[in-house]
Write a protein that binds this ligand. Structure first.
Ligand code: SF4
Ligand code: SF4
Length: 394
């Protein structure tokens, strides 16, 4: 992975100070353990530790105390490691969250990201019982996926996912997140074609923007995304329901629902939610403890001692859409030389992921150029696809 030479945090300007937003969600690390050993996983030093009922209780205390009295909804994201390793804890978290939300007069929804290798009939029953929106994280077809997503003994995991796919596809609000790295980009359109052939109709993509993309990688991505656009047209003309994020609609920078921000903030990190790891430590989101090896400078406190208001405010301010400094990559935009606020695709890109920004540039407000360049390619294809479909329709 590419990262800044400096591990020191760059403090953003904290004036004018804004009021701290209320939490409405938590991302809980069910377990640090994973049955795979993906070589690019940002939880580099996995420890076979799971969250405890006490930490879940304390985390829910924190959410109850910090959520706006007038809000009606909570959201709990179940993260790992691989959360399906601990069905007992998934059940506990969902039951407790539902009970505590009801006591506060709120409703709660759940989501989970899984590697799909342990999706047994019992797991499907559990997930369905709690209506947990399920996202399968995959790298593409067998060639792409098994390049990195291997078991500890070196075996690829793609065939196991295919075995479990009929059950995965029955999971609530099932969708696939396709990770695109420079090393697998050549398989992108073949992967999308294979997923469509398997009956998967809801696909989001997530580029590994923290890796180095050369001009050849960008050219390959452009060619591959054009072919994905052609696949989308083929499905639409055949009358098949299909959703490929970035082609049927403007992309979200990150497909995880918990990442979603609002007009004011680039994403939910430190604003609408915090990440609680298996030790009860708090971080802006799931990426921070892994990228920064649980460094104190990205830790926002703990469920036992509460949120450090100043540390959180640092990320709240950094996460404001208006704080992002511009990547100088979006050609044709007034923002080409300015800040993200001047950029034509700021509403799509959001100034990139704050965690990636800090990991690559050392500053959560300074986007690297990779996400903007990829978004630009996607936008060009999106425009061509919809112009073509409109001409055919009319
Ligand atoms: S910082 Fe990045 S990964 Fe974290 S919630 Fe925001 S967009 Fe998602
Ligand atoms: S492409 Fe994204 S990161 Fe680059 S200037 Fe525009 S909004 Fe900012």
């Amino acid at each position: 992975m590419t990262r800044s030479a400096s591990r020191e945090p760059v403090l953003v300007e904290l004036t004018p100070r804004v009021s701290t937003p209320h939490l409405s969600a938590l991302s809980l690390q069910v377990t640090d353990a994973c049955n795979l050993a993906c070589s690019y996983c940002y939880f580099y030093e996995k420890e076979p530790v799971a969250i405890t009922p006490e930490i879940v209780d304390r985390a829910l205390d924190l959410l109850a105390a910090d959520s706006a009295p007038e809000s009606t909804d909570w959201h709990i994201n179940l993260f790992g490691g691989e959360p399906t390793l601990r069905g007992d804890l998934i059940d506990h978290i969902c039951r407790e969250s539902t009970r505590r939300a009801a006591a506060c007069g709120k409703q709660v929804t759940f989501s989970m990201t899984t590697n799909g290798t342990r999706f047994t009939p019992q797991m499907l029953d559990l997930i369905t019982g709690h209506d947990i929106a399920t996202m399968l994280s995959i790298d593409g077809n067998e060639q792409a996926h098994d390049r990195f997503r291997r078991y500890l003994d070196g075996r690829g995991s793609y065939r196991k996912i295919l075995e479990n796919l009929p059950r995965l596809m029955q999971a609530p609000h099932f969708k696939v997140r396709l990770t695109i790295s420079p090393m697998t980009v050549e398989y992108l359109s073949a992967s999308v074609e294979e997923l469509l052939g398997l009956g998967i109709r809801d696909i989001a993509t997530s580029p590994v923007a923290e890796q180095e993309w050369t001009p050849a990688h960008f050219a390959e991505f452009a060619a591959q995304w054009q072919r994905v656009g052609a696949l989308y047209i083929r499905e639409r003309l055949a009358g098949a329901p299909v959703s490929i994020k970035g082609i049927d609609s403007l992309d979200e920078e990150e497909p995880l629902s918990i990442c979603a921000g609002n007009r004011e903030y680039g994403c939910g990190a430190a604003t609408s939610f915090v990440f609680v790891n298996v030790f009860g430590d708090l971080y802006p989101c799931h990426r921070f403890p892994g990228y920064f090896s649980k460094s104190e400078h990205v830790r926002l406190g703990s469920v036992f001692t509460g949120i450090d208001a100043d540390r959180r405010m640092h990320y709240v301010m950094a996460n404001r859409a208006s704080s992002k400094k511009g990547c100088h990559a979006f050609v044709g935009s007034p923002g080409e030389t300015g800040a993200c606020g001047d950029c034509l695709i700021q509403g799509v890109c959001g100034g990139s992921c704050m965690a990636i920004n800090e990991f690559v540039t050392g500053d959560p407000t300074q986007p690297p150029s990779v996400p903007g360049r990829l978004e630009q390619i996607k936008l060009e294809v999106l425009t061509q696809v919809h112009e073509y479909l409109a001409a055919r329709a009319g």
